[in-house]
Design a protein around this ligand. Structure first.
Ligand SMILES: [Mn+2]
Length: 315
């Protein structure tokens, strides 16, 4: 299987934490490797090339700069590099998995893929937050709350123009899932621009049915899908190691079902898993869940159950 060209997978680590204020997410990529992410992806049938980590400068060596976009120069520099790697892997017909880092690394990951695919890319974005502020509307100056707006063509050119000036994701080709903590400016943007979003409230009031239809409709319209998983969309019972642990997040059965549906109905070409903070994890369970969900997004299975069955078959 690993020699089958259609199962090539490129892993890119981005130990960037400048987009957020909380420390710890910069060791996310190494913690995933320590959890044998490469061996586990190979076990489910991928030939993995680990590109290593994109080098990121420490905040101690940098000026914070623009108060509306902290560390924006370094964040853009890192994302240009991520975009080139993502573009190249996509052009080599490999699936791309990017390990964060804070969520701002999604900007380069998606930009590279979008340009490589001539813009024929939809984005399924799982996050408790909107990440749709701009330099004009941000309350914190943290870029990990702005990059999604940039991918959709809003906000400052510095962020919008990473890896080319074109809009990376057409507004109707976004599907934001699981949001519960939006700022007013983000709610206004979603409403005014009719951005597709299925919130926690929608999930609790109408269950999964309408969401699965939205996923299916998107997969029918666009040939390629990128999945962005901010671990804070999952309840902290299951994902204590999220950068901002969530007390009202999705349950295991909800996120696992959504991931499985995406994996079986969408042509997923790339995934980023972000905001993993190993310092807050409990017995590595957030990393384990991240790897299980990654497999599901890719249309495969990797869980305690499949391992149990593999290890206990007669013969
Ligand atoms: Mn996020």
């Amino acid at each position: 299987m690993p020699n089958n060209p259609s199962s090539k997978l490129t892993l890119i680590g981005v130990p960037l934490d400048l987009g957020a204020q909380n420390l710890g997410v910069d060791i996310g990529p190494d913690a995933f490797r320590y959890q044998q992410i490469v061996a586990k992806l190979e076990r489910i049938g991928f030939g993995v090339t680990d590109s290593g980590d994109v080098s990121c400068n420490d905040r101690k060596q940098l000026e914070r700069g623009d108060p509306r976009m902290h560390y924006v120069d370094e964040i853009v520099r890192v994302n240009e590099e991520v975009a080139s790697l993502s573009h190249k892997a996509m052009a080599d017909k490999a699936k791309v998995v990017v390990l964060g880092g804070d969520h701002s690394i999604n900007l380069g990951a998606v930009s590279g893929a979008s340009v490589a695919l001539d813009g024929k890319l939809g984005l399924i974005y799982l996050d408790a937050h909107g990440d749709m502020n701009t330099a004009e509307t941000t309350l914190t100056g943290n870029v990990h709350g702005m990059h999604l707006a940039s991918l959709l063509g809003f906000g400052e050119p510095e962020l919008r123009n990473v890896h080319g000036k074109q809009t990376k994701i057409a507004r109707q080709d976004l599907l934001h899932i699981g949001g519960s903590d939006f700022d007013q400016a983000e709610l206004d943007l979603i409403k005014n621009e009719q951005l597709p979003a299925f919130t926690l409230f929608d999930l609790l009031t109408s269950s999964l049915g309408p969401l699965l239809k939205m996923i299916n409709d998107l997969a029918t319209r666009v040939p390629n899908i990128w999945v962005s998983l901010d671990l804070d969309v999952i309840d902290r019972i299951y994902a204590p190691g999220a950068g901002m642990p969530n007390a009202k997040g999705l349950t295991y059965r909800e996120i696992a079902t959504i991931a499985e549906y995406i994996g079986s109905h969408c042509n997923v070409v790339g995934i980023d898993i972000v905001e993993y903070n190993p310092l807050q994890d409990e017995q590595n369970k957030t990393a384990e869940l991240g790897i299980e969900l990654l497999a599901k997004f890719l249309g495969k299975e990797y869980s305690w159950y499949t391992n149990y069955m593999n290890d206990n078959q007669v013969g």
